[in-house]
Design a protein around this ligand. Structure first.
Ligand SMILES: NC(=O)c1ccc[n+]([C@@H]2O[C@H](COP(=O)([O-])OP(=O)(O)OC[C@H]3O[C@@H](n4cnc5c(N)ncnc54)[C@H](O)[C@@H]3O)[C@@H](O)[C@H]2O)c1
Length: 356
């Protein structure tokens, strides 16, 4: 039985506890949060024996094999390094760190151990996307030419998830001082992984970040300076080009990812909103011989339904059991972080940034 400790018992920790509770080889033996009331309630809800308000104490006093890190972004590095130092397998929330040098340090620290390391890039749980990626990796559609990817939320224009002007859980996401890297840090981390894993490494990027100041510049102590929207142009190692975009102003969408990949022998595409099970399909078109609009089967897109894929949580545990680190590992998390840092630099300098 793998003995797991969860650190951070806020919103996202519920997803971790629920997922790990459903895996038969795991026992959640301890939880930790700096807010005592929160950790006690969480332990009660999920029937977990030991509670701590200090991560150091949890590491010292508990026999643990693995740590699930669900603290805010600014604590990811410290907790991962301490865990690796004590030879604990580590499952970290995204983004891996707050910048590439930190993420690189984490990935290098993991490489010096036999510990399994994984970053929770959640949209890897879409089985349609996993299968779409295999089509590309098996080179079934020839050369990739053009990619179009977007991740759209609407909580700045619509109250579907609550009122951002009133709830702290939204306000911190708009404020750099409160640790936010804006929509780029929040959604960019997912969409760059989503767009580039099937296609290959991004070689160059040109990005524009935009903070819409007229939505208000400050609420209480929250200065609303984090980016709300970004657009980017990319060029991949294999020569393909593409656009990757995200915004929180996308009225009519709740949490929508869309990906289209056009190759010289066909194309694949998918789009889905919550829940992730909506992503258990992809579309494919290989009709490159259509001659006229009158062709009956001209330009048909076939919808391929796919069986659910093991989640990141399940693959983390399978990796511990097999000793073989599945993706997305800390190296991948660091590579994505490098893209994010390059977006900030590109937007600031108004120029293309070379990632190689
Ligand atoms: N993978 C995804 O799709 C996804 C979705 C939502 C959030 N997240 C990530 O999950 C992480 C947590 O987000 P959240 O929405 O649960 O935040 P949250 O603010 O609701 O919860 C974080 C918790 O960590 C606690 N904490 C802070 N510092 C700590 C420390 N040093 N030791 C122990 N506990 C500490 C806080 O008291 C709080 O209870 C973030 O990194 C976020 O980016 C990922």
């Amino acid at each position: 039985m793998i003995k797991l400790g969860i650190v951070g018992t806020g919103g996202m920790a519920n997803a971790h506890a629920t997922a790990f509770k459903n895996i038969k080889d795991v026992e959640i033996v301890a939880v930790c949060d700096v807010i005592e009331e929160r950790v006690l309630n969480f332990a009660k809800e999920y029937n977990i024996d030991k509670t701590f308000t200090s991560f150091d104490e949890m590491l010292d006093k508990c026999e643990l094999d693995a740590i699930s890190n669900v603290t805010p972004d600014s604590f990811h590095k410290e907790i991962a390094l301490k865990s690796l130092n004590k030879n604990k397998h580590i499952f970290s929330e995204k983004p891996l760190a707050e910048n590439y040098p930190d993420a690189e340090e984490m990935y290098k620290a993991s490489a010096n151990t036999n510990c399994i390391n994984m970053v929770n890039l959640s949209y890897r749980n879409s089985s349609g996307w996993q299968n779409l990626s295999k089509v590309l990796h098996n080179n079934e559609l020839g050369k990739v030419r053009h990619v179009d990817a977007s991740y759209y939320q609407s909580w700045l224009t619509c109250k579907y998830w609550g009122d951002w002007k009133e709830e702290q859980k939204w306000l911190w996401r708009l404020s750099e001082k409160h640790g936010s890297k804006g929509v780029l840090g929040d959604l960019g981390v997912h969409i760059f992984d989503f767009a580039s894993y099937p296609v290959g490494n991004i070689k160059k990027i040109n990005c524009r970040l935009k903070t819409f100041k007229d939505k208000g510049e400050k609420i209480d102590e929250y200065v609303l300076d984090a980016n709300d929207s970004f657009i980017s142009m990319v060029e991949f190692d294999n020569g393909a080009i593409g656009t990757i975009n995200s915004t929180r102003f996308a009225t009519g969408n709740v949490n929508r990812l869309e990906l289209k990949i056009y190759c010289d022998k066909g194309a694949v595409a998918m789009k889905f909103d919550d829940p992730i099970t909506q992503g258990n399909y992809y579309s494919i078109c290989t009709d490159i011989n259509a001659t006229s609009p009158n062709d009956e089967k001209s330009l048909d897109w076939e919808i391929v339904k796919t069986d659910p894929t093991p989640s990141n949580y399940e693959r983390f545990i399978t990796s511990i059991i097999s000793g073989k680190n599945d993706q997305p590992d800390f190296k991948r998390g660091a590579d994505i972080q490098k893209i994010l840092d390059s977006c900030f630099l590109s937007s600031e300098k108004n120029e293309w940034i070379d990632l190689s």
